[in-house]
Design a protein around this ligand. Sequence first.
Ligand code: ZN
Ligand code: ZN
Ligand code: ZN
Length: 341
Amino acid sequence: MNPSPKKAGEMARRAAYTKVERSNFSNPDHVEDKTFRGFQCLNKDCTNFLFIKTDTIDPDFEYPCGVCGFVHKAGETTILYDYELKDTRDDSTIEQGSFEILHDDYVGESKEYKYCIICGTLKPFELFGIHRRRSTGRQGECRICKQVYNGIKNQTRLVEQHREASQKRRLFTHFEDRSKMDVSAIYARFDNCCFKCGLDLSGDLVAGVAQKEGNLDHTLPVFYLWPLTTDNATLLCREHNGAKAEKWPGEFYTDAELRKLSAVTGIDHRLMAGEPQFNPAALSKLEDAEFIESLFEKFARYPQELLRLRNRILVQTGFDFLDVSARISPDWKKQADALMT
Ligand SMILES: [Zn+2]
Ligand SMILES: [Zn+2]
Ligand SMILES: [Zn+2]
């Protein structure tokens, strides 16, 4: 038999022949692959959350709070205030009574939860993938644990990738300025449409107010430390937002689009069409020794993104923010230089 020639897709296929062996794993006894109903204790002074195993729920229930002792009981009510129903014409009282919640209604509407059999935490049901053959109808492990497992099995190093993305997001927040952003004004500026394809995004507006920032793109990218402000935002649909990502506008838009974008945002056309440039305001922030020291304190554990930023700025502008403070250890320079390729 001839071995089949190697093709693209070989990597993906290899996953079928790998298996993950586990050691140093245990679950405490309370972690069961069963569903629970969860609700907060109805005693307003108590913040305890109660979880009741779904298959033990009895129409004649009685659930005492483990913290304050308040009893949630079938047929009982909790009074929240006393009311008087009045006739507005002559202010006469029609009826008096208590505003009360029936415990059956309260427990009955509670949401379902399940333990993840890997991380051992109780999570809302919808955070587990569907698995029809299991008694719970859901997978035993939560979506995060499943992703991490698949990452190991397929050798995609998922946690490292996510950590890098998270460190990058954390680092870039230090250069953002949310006070200069008016989301609804940005939508209006782009007529509520994706600037690239014209897709109607007015569904993001409720009564004229934009509800989310997910479709806003940094026109001049945060990768070069440009903050997301009203003037630096482009409205893009999900697909085009993903395609634009960290690209400089000149690498993503046609020249006609750049001219139009310049007219809408006021950003200089030559800046957008030219070579990528770091935000000068951010660079001057990086000349402040205290700011640099605070960044190194925050990113001491996972400094890669900060060091990569130093390298990018150094290569492009010749400015080395590792020279700004005498209190920064020279070891960082060695580490940063080692990351240069
Ligand atoms: Zn309680
Ligand atoms: Zn989990
Ligand atoms: Zn689009």
